[in-house]
Design a binder for this molecule. Structure first.
Ligand code: KIV
Length: 274
């Protein structure tokens, strides 16, 4: 069964970096869900979700913090282990939390801990300043997902959770960062809360897959947080959608999300930024 039919079914093959690169090449979109525990990870595999991300969003979605900044390595490891126990087919990405990759050496030490906990790729937030870190990690066998645009660990620097890259200058900077991180060896790039046109331009210009969240339709993949998919968020962000409302149950909600990403129905106009 090929990946990504429009009628989602259980993953039958293990998803690897090569799978994701092939999907970009074929133009078929893939699906990412940020989730945090074994049963939901198992459900994601059953519903055809190619990539699961143990995001440091868990600080807000599971642990009750106001931002991702308090999240620790120990909390990330605990949740990566749980997800890895529940899912043997999706590619598993773990977030390195705030200030655990401030130097390439920190990134190497902490990235190795997440890989040993069960991650197959680590995600880090930031632009050109991370190029040396990306090179160091990838050369030593730790695949990297970069993250640009609204990078929540920098919320205090941004002055709030705001769309990034709206001025021509800011857009060019994010575009240049994306090129540099791909050149340094990143295998995946999350684009969060950027204008759709900027995400489209980056997706066309870099050889690695882009994963959008609040970044329009023209990415190679989409990511949503499980709490938003299941309507558990009190004030959901504009880019998210409650799929449970329509679907009625959890597997139905995940399958609808997968199908809508694959067919280009999600994200709709109302979920995008200009
Ligand atoms: O922490 C997270 O869940 C994330 C995704 C929303 C991309 O970074």
């Amino acid at each position: 069964m090929p990946y990504g039919n429009h009628n989602p079914s259980e993953l039958t093959k293990t998803v690897t970096i090569n799978t994701l690169h092939k999907l970009k090449g074929s133009g078929e979109k893939f699906v990412v869900v940020a989730l945090y525990d074994a049963p939901m990870a198992a459900m994601a595999q059953k519903c055809g979700v190619e990539v699961v991300l143990i995001g440091d969003s868990l600080g807000m979605t599971v642990l009750g913090y106001q931002s991702t900044i308090p999240v620790t390595m120990e909390q990330m490891i605990y949740h990566v282990e749980a997800v890895a126990r529940g899912n043997q087919k999706s590619l598993i990405i773990g977030d390195l939390p705030f200030m655990t990759y401030a130097t390439p050496e920190d990134a190497l030490r902490n990235g190795a801990r997440l890989m040993q906990a069960g991650a197959q790729m680590i995600k880090i937030e930031g632009g050109a300043w991370l190029a040396e870190t990306v090179k160091m990690l990838t050369e030593r066998g730790i695949p990297v997902c970069a993250h640009l645009g609204l990078t929540p660990q920098s919320v205090n620097k941004f002055g709030g959770f705001r769309v990034q890259g709206r001025s021509a200058e800011d857009a060019d900077k994010i575009h240049a960062d994306a090129l540099m991180l791909a050149e340094a060896g990143a295998d995946l790039l999350v684009l969060e809360c950027v204008p759709s046109a900027l995400a489209k331009r980056i997706t066309a210009d870099i050889p690695i897959p882009t994963v959008g969240i609040g970044a329009g339709l023209d990415n190679d993949a989409q990511v949503l947080v499980i709490n938003d998919i299941l309507g558990l968020t009190e004030h959901p962000p504009k880019f998210s959608k409650n799929f449970l409302e329509e679907a009625g149950d959890i597997p139905g909600a995940l399958k609808k999300y997968v199908a809508d990403v694959k067919s280009g129905v999600f994200p709709g106009e109302e979920h995008r930024f200009d």
